[in-house]
Design a binder for this molecule. Sequence first.
Ligand code: HMG
Ligand code: MG
Length: 316
Amino acid sequence: MMEDMTRALPQREPLPGLPPRVTIYEVGARDGLQNEKSVVPAQVKAEFITRLLAAGLETVETTSFVSPKWVPQLADASDLLSELGEAGKGPRRPVLVPNERGLDRAMESGVDAVAIFGSATETFAQKNLGRSLAESVEMFRPVVRRSREAGMWVRAYVSMCFGDPWEGPVPVTRVADACVSLMELGCDQLSLGDTIGTGTPGHVEALLAELDRRGLGTDRIGVHFHDTYGQALSNTLTALRAGVSVVDASTGGLGGCPYAKSATGNLATEDLVWMLDGAGVETGVDLDVLVATSTWMAEQLGRPSPSRVVKALAGA
Ligand code: HMG
Ligand code: MG
């Protein structure tokens, strides 16, 4: 007689050289949704975040306090945070903030953690922030100073760390310059953005080595890979082996950047959890609850999740 089939599980074999626990920095509600053409109601966003938390994700970026003219999808940031109440507060619920106007709005909503977002290239600084690199650092300076004074946790994203669609390859020394200039403002954590997904493992290792030489060790670094060319997991594994233990991911693989030509979804959180479960690395995430969340979100958005793990498990 046939036994009932349980869902497929990754074969568990500990992989030496990895951290025992990885912090997943979930960006689905922000990076995942910011590119959606039709506006997702704040109640649906709040339910998405509530489900992400129920799946065991502890660090969840909720939204952006940017200009509503630039990113209409996230114009409802204040409404979303009042919808979330206490669940939207604390050092593990960051929001993106580009300028003092955004910080004022974020503070009114009671947030305790912010992320500034700079660039490794001049072209993307202009496209994403309407400013030069130097001008954008000056825009962020008072944001970081006031956030620190208020006791907030501060992250610095740097985009185009592994290539730029307008400028092409970006030398690791230039990326490191951009990283250092933002971290010197007083940020707690740096996130290395592969905005268009062109990074490959050797490049990841080279950038981490250069940052280490410049005094930025892996204990202060997170990695943020987009999966455009299917490299996000191998890049992640490379970063973990180099000592990184914070990985950005987006549930269901949603995402993209409205101001970066050819940017597609982030590394899917489910794909990451599958690999880490198999390698014996703790994440605290319940994969089944997460897949159910992606399936639900895909229904809200009207199209299936691009995550391989969601596709394989959703029907199982
Ligand atoms: P600007 O146009 O230079 O600013 O934008 P401005 O001061 O001239 O303001 C324009 C209008 O927006 C004004 O309104 C301001 O009041 C208003 P008006 O007077 O015309 O009615 N405004 C704001 N309103 C609400 N909140 C604010 C705010 N700021 C201005 N905070 C700015 C400069 C930086 C604000 C703009 O360029 C902007 O919002 N850019 C954000 C773009 C963005 O969110 N991109 C996606 C996130 S980055 C990303 O996805 C990459 C990442 O995932 C890592 C990776 O993958 O690489 C993080
Ligand atoms: Mg991104």
